[in-house]
Write a protein that binds this ligand. Structure first.
Ligand code: SF4
Ligand code: SF4
Length: 320
């Protein structure tokens, strides 16, 4: 009698292995989820589903990508978000202040983080519970060097961490996908992928009870039928004061050198997001003029057009 070979060493009560990717628009988490699901289904022979949740689809806003795998003889009937992942992938830690990234991460889970910090520092920063395994990788650094987005580097770390996901399966899937649309990007992305695999640092977190498991709380709106103001008045008008687009930059930001600046205003005219802030002041002769004051990094998306147009090299692109 033949014995059935199982590919997934770990599944939940529904028989699925679940992955959640936490990212922001523009980092390629949606594509990473698709590539991962396709590799599992087409190359490894699993059943799988993938979908993403990305709100307003604006660059810089939080994005989640969900992937579920099951053995080939098991249908997947779940289409709900992954709240208790076996693997959590964090594309940027900048969103930790607004998004409960660690929801559902329990002992036995794996967490992959794009960071330049050590796994121990990341554990304390994100309050990762004990008994988990952390993989850190400087995906942004690798992506900048290889001139690609961070998603393929992160997939390298995924191939390293997940026992059933092979390097060959993901590489084959990436080759097929990129060759069709972006043939010039195939080799740089494969190189970044392999570097992500090799350079990921593993850390088994001691089961010390230092940080509790953060359970899924559900969505609780501040206003409901019991406390909504009469007439549907909007008591909390939207604004961008608390917006922070630093996570949407691609690894570089413009830095101003006051000594070289001649206050010509070319950068201000060029910036698409009005992030160059001028102030009115008096010059040496007491005449009122506009002077470069600062760069609004909260809203700067790192396009570096201001650096390109500056005639005096008073703005330079520097690594975040
Ligand atoms: S373009 Fe350069 S020189 Fe001109 S105001 Fe901006 S920083 Fe200063
Ligand atoms: S990098 Fe782009 S968004 Fe940022 S200040 Fe320069 S022009 Fe504006």
């Amino acid at each position: 009698m033949e014995t059935e070979t199982k590919v997934l060493s770990k599944t939940n009560e529904f028989g699925t292995y679940e992955i959640r990717m936490e990212s922001i628009g523009g980092q390629g988490a949606n594509l990473a989820g698709k590539l991962l699901a396709e590799a599992g289904i087409m190359e490894i022979g699993l059943n799988g589903v993938n979908f993403a949740s990305y709100g307003s689809e604006k660059k810089g806003t939080p994005v989640k990508s969900f992937i579920r795998f099951a053995e080939s003889d098991k249908e997947i009937r779940l289409n709900s978000p992954v709240v208790e992942p076996h693997l959590l992938v964090i594309f940027t830690t900048v969103i930790a202040k607004n998004v409960p990234l660690l929801t559902g991460v329990k002992p036995g889970c794996m967490v992959i983080v794009n960071t330049t910090e050590t796994p121990e520092a990341v554990r304390d920063m994100l309050k990762i519970p004990g008994g988990t395994t952390i993989y850190t990788v400087d995906a942004m650094g690798i992506a900048v060097q290889e001139r690609v987005r961070i998603n393929t580097t992160i997939l390298g770390a995924v191939a390293r961490a997940v026992d059933f996901m092979t390097r060959a399966a993901l590489e084959e899937t990436m080759r097929k996908t990129f060759t069709k649309k972006y043939p010039k990007l195939v080799e740089p992305n494969i190189k970044a992928f392999n570097r992500g695999y090799e350079e990921a640092v593993k850390y088994d977190v001691p089961d010390d009870g230092k940080y509790p498991v953060q359970h899924f709380q559900g969505f609780k709106p501040k206003l409901g039928w019991k406390n909504a103001p009469i007439g549907g008045a909007i008591v909390n008008p939207g604004n961008t004061v608390l917006n922070d687009l630093s996570a949407s930059r691609s690894g570089f930001k413009p830095v101003w050198n006051e000594e070289l600046c001649i206050n010509c205003g070319a950068c201000d005219s060029t910036c698409p997001d009005q992030c160059i802030i001028f102030r009115r002041d008096k010059d040496d002769k007491g005449k009122e003029r506009q002077f470069f004051d600062h760069i609004d990094y909260k809203h700067c998306k790192g396009c570096l057009r201001c650096v390109e147009v500056c005639p005096k090299d008073a703005l330079t692109a520097e690594r975040e």
